[in-house]
Design a protein around this ligand. Sequence first.
Ligand code: SF4
Ligand code: SF4
Length: 389
Amino acid sequence: MPTDLPHRISEDEYLHCIRCGLCLASCPTYRLTLNETDSPRARIALLRAVREGLLERPTDRTAAQFFRCLLCGACTFVCPSGVTVDRILELTRGEMAEVGLLPQPLAALNERVRRTGNISAEPGESRLLWASNLPAPPRGMERKQAEVVYFVGCVGALFPRSYALPQSFVQILDRGGVEYVLLGAEEWCCGYPLAINGDLEGARQMMQRNLEAVRATGARTIVTTCPSCFHFWKHTYPVALGEDLGIEVQHATEFLADLLEAGRLPLRDDPPEQVVTYHDPCDLGRKSGVFTAPRRILKGIPGVRLVEMAENRGGSHCCGGGGNLESMDPALSQAIAARRIRQAAETGASVVVSACQQCERTLTGAARAERLRLRVKDIAEILLEALRE
Ligand code: SF4
Ligand code: SF4
């Protein structure tokens, strides 16, 4: 029976939460459906019911409530009682998986990653296809050893609609004279999708393999353009593998902000004037605390004027792409993305900039669906456009 599932939330936390509800106004799923079962508090209450045995046994419908969440952390960010709802729900998903209640689309995703080392079950060699139509091959492809590893991540490496991100990033690195290396087929999924779907052992195998691949390059720094890879490498790898990596982990925005401010990037003399707004990705901003680096870049690009959305930084609204919600309820995910893109349009900006391939993809789809004249770009794309040839 599920009542023997380990408790990872204290009795005090349960009681605070069930009586509270303060975070409801921050939760993107609840704000859209106005259905109490989609609220953080209801998910915590449901978890308590499962653990107290009030439900004879959890069913697929019970489990679905834990998976209809973006894991965006907006609730955790505002909670006055310190309840880490997103973390608790990550663990609860694992517990649901252990009792055979992982929803089918997520079970299929886990199987693909375990079998092939990436989310779309492609051969490892496909991880560098994005580099094939650049004006010149990225210099990182030629090297086996370097100070810096660029860890591309599955979506950037394998989804053609996201190729512009790694393509822009490596061109900036090459123009800045950075010595970096690409892992290609030696790079595997970072493990995050497995971990949030309850397969911690599978995730650990990915981590071990990736760490060995990075160590073989002799690199002292690993840079990622994907906020989820970044958060996972920085915060989960050392704990899950039980060792200090001995390697600095940086998000691309941190790396590029330093490069720009060090004067290593040659800026154009005739920059186009443009008004942009910045969307904070949940895993980069609220979950990792990286708020200023992307804004330093945007403020350092001549001709760019940054206007903020009403909900920004820690209070940012998820793009709809978090927590694998797209696999569970695509319509809900799209409606959340639509709300965010309308918030962007209200600023009067003509470009929405983010720092995540997932945000760029979901917000681009939302701009199209909402028929808004808004371009969505990654920060690497907008920085590359500002550089001299
Ligand atoms: S997560 Fe925190 S803010 Fe939200 S209902 Fe529970 S106690 Fe209140
Ligand atoms: S993590 Fe996000 S979607 Fe999930 S309950 Fe909290 S605010 Fe809602």
